[in-house]
Design a protein around this ligand. Structure first.
Ligand code: CA
Ligand code: CA
Ligand code: CA
Length: 141
């Protein structure tokens, strides 16, 4: 069983995209690419649009991947033993805790994870139909 760490880079994308509302208001080309990539990844049924449900499911999957021991919390206990895996896990873990660990206890609960601010999806869904279509992505001209 090969645990792919692509998901961690996707997570990095989301976290970068989430930085602040300003990031989305005046995104750099790099950020635009990341956001587009993230929304494409979250289009789980491949219909070219990402629904909020798909977005949430995608996020739940990411939480599950980081919560390696499945105790409902992303914490030190999830750090892989294999050094090469750890090198990839650590930066993601640090980013996650720095953003989501609201009560500063070094752990990110599912509750903390779900309280993201700002609401990236809401900002991307410009016509407010609960879907983010490719044409709504900031990369689209
Ligand atoms: Ca879809
Ligand atoms: Ca855990
Ligand atoms: Ca916490």
């Amino acid at each position: 069983m090969k645990r792919r760490f692509a998901v961690l880079s996707v997570l990095g994308l989301i976290l970068s995209a989430m930085g602040t509302a300003t990031v989305l208001a005046q995104p750099s080309p790099k950020t635009l690419g990341r956001i587009a990539e993230m929304m494409t990844e979250a289009d789980l049924n491949g219909d070219g649009k990402t629904s909020r449900a798909e977005f949430n499911q995608h996020r739940a999957q990411m939480f599950a991947r980081l919560d390696r021991n499945s105790d409902g919390v992303i914490s030190e206990g999830d750090r892989p033993r294999i050094p090469i895996a750890r090198r990839k896990f650590d930066p993601a873990f640090e980013r996650v805790t720095s953003i989501f660990d609201r009560n500063d206890d070094g752990r990110v609960t599912l509750d903390e994870w779900n309280k993201t601010d700002p609401d990236v999806f809401g900002m991307l869904d410009r016509n407010d139909d609960g879907m983010v279509a490719r044409s709504e992505l900031p990369t689209a001209r």
